[in-house]
Design a protein. Structure first.
Length: 444
């Protein structure tokens, strides 16, 4: 990352004034404006100040974006999480883990990234790559049919009738020429994947492999088992051609190819720039999605513990996409899908939304508040027929609750969660869920 490369470091919710030499670089600014996520939503806002200076602000993404200025030199835009990289590590670990033991393993693995968001992301990519590579080894790589012409006294394929006279005349022993269809793993998809394995093996990144729990000889074994022979040069792959070969019943191959493209270029993202496709190196995390998964999983675990402790049918889940409609006539539309629903005996007792924002007072408007989210949850409560709603925000240090009584006998809880000390946070959420159960029983 050194070697004279310009680095711009910012936080995802903050504005960052660009250096003068970049402010006047219209090509670079246009590229930043056009960087979009998979849904086509722009990742950055560009703000022009009254004094003519230009500021950029990330929305909900953290990561690294490798750009080029109008002179062709590299510019690295690094967006750090405002709540701290350690918190991102813990949220990633809990979101990906299947159980508490795996949680500790993943957290230990990702913790080796130190305080660099780039190291954290690439370690996660390489780890996921080996997971999908394992799927390919177990369930198979892409096999494409290949037709070859054989000649023998025994016919094992489709006879080439036009060659029969020639074969009979040319051979003292009667032979036949036939078409034989075989299957080969030596194709464009497998080549692209295995070239990446070879690159990891040959580049000596043993420390990287060790951090993701793999040994370099494991890569060598993959190459040996697939009878891989390295290319002398890396060919430019046509993405359309590549995707056309992928079998529809093997989703792990799709994901493996995406991870391969990231590793081969180290960081990669494609954006639309001035009407044409331009390669922009980038790797990032949507913090909104990550925080929502983290909170929902925490509450699911808490609900399971309450269910065991109190022998009650309490569950936590996400709303179905078309589960409840706000408008039901003349046509069902405008559905209500809270991030979290708490159900007792399969009946909802509370609904909530998760917001990745640092908010002082959600009832205020403007930069310090989040009044629109309060309206949103208030609508959810009416639509789902419950009297309790909650908003979950990240906290800068410790977990806390705030209680607001709304019109119509509705109660809103504001829950702030800090991604430290899982067991303490789980206990706090267990207490919260049990409190909701007790309130519901008291009202009955």
């Amino acid at each position: 990352m050194d070697n004279g490369i310009k680095r711009i470091v910012m936080r995802e919710w903050e504005e960052k004034i660009l250096p003068p030499e970049l402010t006047s670089d219209s090509k670079l600014l246009q590229t930043i404006v056009n960087i979009s996520d998979r849904n086509g939503q722009r990742i950055f806002d560009i703000l022009v100040k009254s004094d003519g200076r230009v500021a950029i602000r990330a929305k909900e993404y953290v990561g690294a974006f490798m750009l080029k200025n109008n002179k062709g030199k590299d510019v690295t835009l690094i967006v750090e999480p405002k709540i701290g990289i350690r918190n991102v590590i813990r949220m990633l670990a809990l979101s990906e883990a299947k159980n508490l033991r795996e949680l500790k393993e993943i957290e230990t693995l990702l913790s080796t990234a130190g305080e660099s968001i780039i190291d954290l992301l690439i370690i996660g990519v390489v780890r996921k790559f080996f997971e999908k590579l394992g799927d390919a080894i177990v369930y198979g790589f892409v096999e494409l049919p290949k037709t070859v012409v054989e000649e023998d006294v025994i016919i094992r394929g489709r006879l080439k009738s036009e060659d029969v006279p020639k074969c009979l005349l040319m051979n003292p022993v009667p032979k036949a020429r036939y078409l034989l269809q075989t299957y080969s793993t030596d194709n464009i998809v497998n080549r692209y994947i295995l070239d990446t394995c070879y690159t990891l093996y040959a580049s000596g990144v043993y420390e990287m492999l060790r951090l993701v729990g793999e040994q370099h000889y494991a890569v060598a074994r993959v190459l040996f088992d697939t009878d891989y022979r390295p290319c002398l040069h890396m060919e430019k792959i046509d993405a359309t051609e590549l995707l056309s070969y992928i079998p529809m019943d093997r989703p792990y191959i799709h994901e493996l190819l995406r991870l391969v493209s990231v590793i081969r270029k180290y960081l990669e993202k494609e954006v639309i720039h001035l009407g044409e496709l331009v390669s922009i190196q980038a790797i990032y995390i949507n913090m909104n999605d990550l925080f929502e998964k983290f909170v929902r999983k925490m509450m699911i675990i808490a609900a399971k513990r309450v269910r065991r402790r109190r022998q009650m049918n309490i569950t936590v889940r996400k709303a179905g996409r078309e589960e409840e409609f706000l408008v039901i006539s003349p046509k069902q539309k405008v559905y209500l899908d809270p991030d979290i629903i708490i159900l007792l005996n399969d009946e909802p007792i509370a609904v909530g939304d998760v917001k990745y924002k640092l908010v002082r007072d959600p009832l205020k408007s403007g930069s310090e508040g989040d009044r629109s989210s309060v309206y949103q949850v208030y609508t959810y409560m009416h639509g789902w027929g419950v009297n309790i709603g909650f908003l979950v925000y990240p906290a800068s240090n410790t977990l806390s609750y705030e209680r607001y009584v709304l019109r119509g006998n509705k109660v809103l809880y504001v829950v702030r969660i800090y991604a430290e000390n899982y067991e303490q946070k789980l206990q706090n959420l267990i207490d919260f869920i049990e409190y909701l159960i007790d309130i519901n029983h008291y009202k009955k």
